[in-house]
Design a protein around this ligand. Structure first.
Ligand SMILES: [Zn+2]
Length: 215
């Protein structure tokens, strides 16, 4: 509701250059980033394949960081636009029933004001024929930020952090599990394992694949 009111006062603005137009990314900026967007499928763990739209770097990295941490929640519309315009992603959406975001712990969401992956999933659901539900997969334990940990610690840190509710809703359904960034795949793997117990099929879709570097 609030978004609809805001749209009246603030017409679509390109998330990259700020130009007012019809879409949340202007033609010039879209042509600039389009060569970097290509859906690819990669195996990140045993039994876990991830579809990603671009590699985490350059302008798109800055954009994603700004979206996640700088209270620029409005940028979700730009990502929804990029996702919905992609033919291969649209095919995945078409054969799926549900889009489910990787959840965020309630206190973290409160502090940040929004969960960026939820906003994107909700936006996709409004544009495409797919259900969105953020009450099925939930984060029940607050864990340390994954990006500060090494590969082993990440796998430990993510154990027993998630839970599932309203199982009946996803039984025998095709589900898209969505996240913004995938690094080692530890977080997505946990969520995937839980959903995969009940769903017919789980397809993992992320915006960016980041290469894990030992810090
Ligand atoms: Zn632009």
């Amino acid at each position: 509701m609030i978004n609809k009111i805001l749209d009246l006062f603030f017409p679509p603005t390109c998330g990259l250059c700020g130009k007012i137009g019809k879409h949340w990314i202007c033609g010039t900026c879209y042509r600039k980033i389009k060569p970097f967007i290509k859906l690819k499928r990669v195996q990140v763990k045993k039994n876990l394949f991830v579809n990603y739209m671009f590699l985490y770097g350059g302008d798109l990295r800055d954009l994603l960081l700004s979206f996640k941490f700088n209270e620029n929640s409005y940028l979700f519309r730009l990502f929804v636009e990029i996702i919905c315009r992609d033919k291969k992603v649209s095919e995945i959406i078409k054969k799926s029933d549900f889009i489910i975001p990787v959840p965020m712990y309630k206190d973290t969401k409160k502090r940040r004001g929004y969960n960026q992956t939820e906003l994107i999933c909700e936006g996709i659901s409004k544009r495409k024929d797919i259900l969105y539900d953020n009450s099925i997969l939930i984060q029940i334990k607050n864990n340390k930020t994954q990006s500060l940990l090494n590969r082993f610690e990440r796998n430990q840190n993510i154990k027993n952090v998630y839970d599932i509710k309203n199982i009946d809703r996803i039984k025998n359904r095709n589900i898209i599990l969505f996240d913004d960034i995938c690094t080692t795949g530890a977080t997505i793997n946990e969520c995937y394992k839980i959903l995969n117990r009940y769903a017919k099929e789980v397809t993992v879709l992320v915006l960016a694949k980041s290469n894990y570097k030992k810090g």
